[in-house]
Every structure is written in structure tokens, then in C-alpha cells.
Design a protein around this ligand. Structure first.
Ligand SMILES: Nc1ncnc2c1ncn2[C@@H]1O[C@H](COP(=O)(O)OP(=O)(O)OP(=O)(O)O)[C@@H](O)[C@H]1O
Length: 240
């Protein structure tokens, strides 16, 4: 599984992102940037919700299933009264085609992957915030064929649920190409292998999390060294 962006430019109102060229592979890539830097715009282009005005986005998968990546949008929600499995069955039905049907087995696998097998019969509204976000990750996994894009998945969660969600993201990264946007240096230090920083309408940094920590003057990856690295990248871009 691999996602390739080649000189991609995306326009959203007056805002133009790019050209950005990058690739992300199996593992967790963190997408960072100040508010309005273009993270959701880039993610929208990767999942096919926004069309690039130039360049291209290519998704390569070993299975070759013709599906866009799985996507957890920032404002994910589901009807309160609907049971978790019924909601996921509906998602599966939407993404199924005659050639590539999505089976109940795949739904069970998605629930297992997010640790919600025992909540399958619960109504969405009865779940905690962290569990609802996990349902969001489960729906992203259904039919995603190995590429998952998560837009600020840890926002608004308490520290325990945030930690659990990070563990889930790290586990997903063993088999999936995961692109995750966040404002939290702890998220990056805990789960990311690679980092892409957007600033001023384009990519200001691409590299390993170790390289970003080094840029922040750290000898080891920590929330502090990642935060300092991020600030150094953004300040250099502003003063350039
Ligand atoms: N629907 C829209 N119509 C017009 N402009 C938009 C729209 N959505 C976003 N923008 C603009 O595009 C730019 C990038 O927004 P985007 O949501 O991609 O940033 P972001 O990095 O995800 O921000 P945040 O961290 O606040 O979520 C912003 O300047 C924003 O005003």
C-alpha cells in the first residue's frame, strides 16, 4: 500500500495548497500545521473528496481493489439511535459493489480491530466519546484496502481515551498506510514514524520523527523535542 502525491495543487476558495510531492507507505505519517495550513484540504484530496487542480494523487495497493482510502473526517458523527453493527452494515453497503462486495466478516474484523466487538449491539448514542471515535475508525477501515486517513482523531478525548486511540493508531500502522493529522506533539511522539508539516500553503518539512526531534534540539523523540522541532520549522518558513 502506498499513496503518492505528485506536484499536487488543490484549491479551496481563495486558499491554494501546493505543489506538494510526497509519498506515504505502511506505517503512521503525522500531518502537522497551524490552523488553516491545509491539512484537511490535503486529506480531502488523498481520499478523493477534493479534486487536485494540478498534479496527481495515486493510490497503489497490493490487492488492487478499486476503492478510495478509508477516511475519518474531523466532524465524524452517526445517528444516536442506530446500533453500531447496523451503522457499519450501512457503510459497507454504500461501499460495496457487485464485483467487490463487503461481507459481514469484514465488518466483524473492523470491529475487532478497534476493540469494539462487545459493543456491536449498542446504540451509537450510548457509547463514550472515545468509543464513538473508534466506530469512526472502524467505518474508515471498511473497504479501505489498507490506506486510512484520520483527521484529528484524538481531539476532544480525555487522556485515557486519547492514549487508547493512539495505541489503536500505532497498531493500525503495522498493516496500513495511515495518515493522521493532529495538533498534539504527544500524538506525534507516540505514534508517528514520518512527519509532513504544512505551512504557508506548501510542505515545510518531510522526514522521520527522529529528524524532527533533532531539529528541535532533542537527542530522543519526546513531546517536547517534537514540539520544538515543529516550531523551528514553522518559524524558519515564516522568516524565509
Ligand atoms: N469550504 C471551504 N471553502 C472555502 N475555503 C475553505 C473551505 N474550507 C477550508 N477553506 C480554507 O482553506 C484553508 C485550509 O483549510 P484546512 O481546513 O485545510 O486547514 P487545516 O490545516 O485542516 O486547519 P485546522 O487545523 O483548523 O483544521 C483555510 O484558509 C480555510 O479558510
Amino acid at each position: 500500500m502506498m499513496v503518492l502525491l505528485e506536484d499536487m495543487v488543490v484549491r479551496r476558495g481563495r486558499f491554494e495548497l501546493g505543489p506538494v510531492s510526497t509519498r506515504f507507505d505502511v506505517g503512521v505519517t503525522a500531518l502537522l500545521g497551524a490552523n488553516g495550513a491545509g491539512k484537511s484540504t490535503l486529506m480531502g484530496a488523498v481520499v478523493g473528496v477534493l479534486a487536485p487542480t494540478r498534479g496527481r494523487v495515486e493510490i497503489e495497493r497490493s490487492g488492487g481493489r478499486p476503492m478510495p482510502p478509508g477516511y475519518l473526517p474531523q466532524d465524524f458523527d452517526a445517528p444516536r439511535r442506530v446500533r453500531v453493527t447496523d451503522y457499519l452494515r450501512f457503510v459497507a453497503w454504500c461501499r460495496s459493489s457487485r464485483r467487490t462486495p463487503i461481507t459481514d466478516h469484514e465488518i466483524s474484523e473492523a470491529l475487532r480491530a478497534v476493540g469494539l466487538e462487545d459493543r456491536a449491539g449498542w446504540r451509537f448514542g450510548a457509547l463514550s466519546g472515545g468509543m464513538r471515535r473508534r466506530v469512526g475508525v472502524a467505518q474508515a477501515l471498511i473497504g479501505s484496502a489498507g490506506v486510512v486517513v484520520l483527521d484529528e482523531p484524538t481531539v476532544g478525548l480525555d487522556p485515557v481515551q486519547r492514549t487508547e486511540l493512539r495505541e489503536l493508531i500505532a497498531t493500525l500502522g503495522r498493516e496500513h498506510a495511515v495518515l493522521v493529522s493532529t495538533h498534539l506533539a504527544e500524538d506525534v511522539a507516540a505514534v508517528a514514524e514520518r512527519v509532513l508539516i504544512l505551512a504557508d500553503g506548501s510542505d515545510a518539512f518531510q522526514g522521520s520523527v527522529d529528524e524532527l526531534a533533532e531539529r528541535g534540539g532533542g537527542t530522543a523523540v519526546s513531546s517536547e523535542s517534537v514540539e520544538r522541532g515543529f516550531l523551528s520549522v514553522v518559524r524558519d518558513r515564516v522568516s524565509a
